[in-house]
Write a protein that binds this ligand. Structure first.
Ligand SMILES: Nc1nc2c(ncn2[C@@H]2O[C@H](COP(=O)(O)OP(=O)(O)OP(=O)(O)O)[C@@H](O)[C@H]2O)c(=O)[nH]1
Ligand SMILES: [Mg+2]
Length: 465
């Protein structure tokens, strides 16, 4: 059997990981703040059952995975705080892998918080953002990519994001990266064979085979990196910035696209002073639509600030929608503005309802009667996500800068490995680069991850997740 140098390390790293697991019992409201019919409180940890039985005296840890209706009582006074449903999920068969109790209380601004306070008085600690998911990762219930997919599902604003996040939750991306890691591990094993049996000049593993294996791993890294731009844009939404002269109908178009009056519309030129952003789903694809201040020379200090903000948004945009009133051509300034933009520009003829002869041309829209809006949505989806609309394979993509950065580092290591190989560097020294590449890939999936990486990933989650 070919020895894999990584294997010896695995036991120790697992032990390190166990040290990071926090053993205290945490609690949080998992549903959003505000008034709703119900609210969900999660309690997780070794003492979950014992703590909950202080507020639910009828709690029976023998009856798991079944909902029970029972009064919740203050642990101090015994007063009834709510009538609520609770379900006990004993570890390890729970979301976090620990004992978990989920309590569905009545919603609103008082009861859930009062019940949570009682649970904390009974000994639980308020969970930190993402701490439930972090424990799930520590306890091997899911990997880091799956935990990120949970966050992506919650943050999704369009159907295509849901599809991608569900596939990632189903380990699609994890498997792709694991496969790549297996290739690099094989390569490392080939090298270690050469190290162990140096006298076999032309041993069972030829130089050619190593070069080929390196090439195939590098190709897969390139293929993965090539998915990053689209994958990240799908997760974050394409930034579509509406720009144009004052009064050209930008805010009206913005409101019509998002479906409610978010931006102020008046017939006074220079109404919008700030950039306003809202998520819109265009044919199932996520777009972050931004309304901006009209572009013109202005002596008004506040308006000038707004125009500077507009320019910054235009520079960052994936697509710029340039609004020009229907029936007139682009002015010289508008043409040079269009030509100065690096990203895709979609020129839209606004206020088409004012034209009597219906010669609005392509991309004519009316915020008043809604004509052309469906076509504009389609155009934006195609411009921003065209690659993904036409893609026939649905290979999992990288979805975060974190993934991209790690794969880029792995690419560098592999390149350094093959350079070392070509220069006839000692096999032991060359193999150091393979080990480094493997550890980059492990970081992405979160098999063995430093506390720093985990903290950054989970601090972006909300409390209760
Ligand atoms: N008939 C008609 N009027 C429109 C349409 N869109 C905008 N308008 C009118 O055009 C004027 C300017 O509209 P806004 O949406 O505020 O224009 P804007 O480009 O955001 O203007 P600034 O914020 O000042 O840069 C308002 O009086 C709107 O009612 C449209 O589709 N049809
Ligand atoms: Mg406006």
């Amino acid at each position: 059997m070919v020895r894999r140098p990584g294997e010896a390390q695995e036991g120790r790293e697992k032990a390190d990981r166990q040290d990071l697991v926090l053993s205290d019992t945490i609690a949080a409201i998992a549903s959003p703040a505000g008034t709703g019919a119900l609210s969900l409180i999660r309690v997780s940890g070794e003492r979950a059952a014992e703590i909950v039985s202080q507020v639910i005296p009828t709690f029976d840890r023998g009856s798991s995975r079944r909902p029970h209706l029972a009064p919740i009582r203050s642990p101090d006074t015994g007063d009834v705080l709510d009538q609520a449903i609770h379900t006990f999920f004993p570890g390890p068969g729970s979301f976090t892998g620990e004992d978990v109790v989920e309590i569905t209380t009545h919603g609103g601004l008082f009861i859930p918080y009062d019940v949570l306070a009682a649970i904390m008085a009974a000994g639980a600690r308020q969970a930190r953002p993402g701490e439930f998911s972090m424990r799930a990762v520590f306890n091997g219930k899911m990997d880091l990519l799956q935990a990120e997919a949970v966050g992506d599902l919650v943050d999704s604003t369009a159907a295509a994001q849901r599809t991608a996040a569900l596939a990632q939750l189903d380990k699609g991306l994890s498997r792709r990266i694991e496969k790549l890691k297996a290739r690099v591990l094989d390569l490392e094993a080939f090298m270690s064979y050469d190290i162990d049996f140096p006298e076999e000049d032309d041993g069972p593993i030829s130089q050619k085979k190593i070069v080929e294996a390196t090439k195939s791993a590098s190709d897969e890294i390139e293929a993965l990196l090539a998915t990053a731009h689209d994958g990240e844009m799908l997760r974050e939404g394409a930034l579509v910035v509406i720009a144009g002269r004052p009064n050209s109908g930008k805010s009206s178009l913005f409101n019509a696209m998002i479906g409610f009056d978010r931006a102020i519309v008046t017939d006074i030129a220079g109404t919008t002073r700030d950039a306003i952003e809202a998520p819109v789903s265009c044919d199932g694809f996520p777009i972050r639509l931004v309304d901006t201040a009209g572009l013109r020379e202005s002596d008004d200090f506040i308006e000038q600030l707004g125009i500077e903000v507009s320019r910054r948004y235009v520079d960052a945009a994936d697509i710029v929608v340039l609004c020009v009133e229907a029936g007139r051509g682009l002015s010289e300034e508008e043409e040079s503005f269009r030509d100065s933009i690096d990203s895709t520009v979609v020129v839209v003829s606004t206020k088409s309802d004012l034209l009597t002869d219906n010669t609005g041309g392509p991309n004519s829209v009316s915020a008043v009667n809604g004509s052309g809006l469906a076509e504009l949505r389609k155009t934006l989806a195609t411009e921003a996500f065209g690659n993904q609309l036409t893609r026939t394979d649905d290979q999992p993509a990288l979805t975060r800068a974190r993934h991209r950065a790690a794969l880029e580092k792995a690419r560098v290591e592999l390149k350094q490995f093959s350079d070392a190989l070509a220069m006839g560097t000692d096999a032991v020294v060359a193999s150091v680069h393979l080990r480094a590449a493997i550890s980059m890939l492990e970081d992405v999936v979160g098999v063995i991850t430093t506390e720093d990486v985990l903290e950054t990933v989970f601090s972006k989650f909300c409390i209760g997740k």
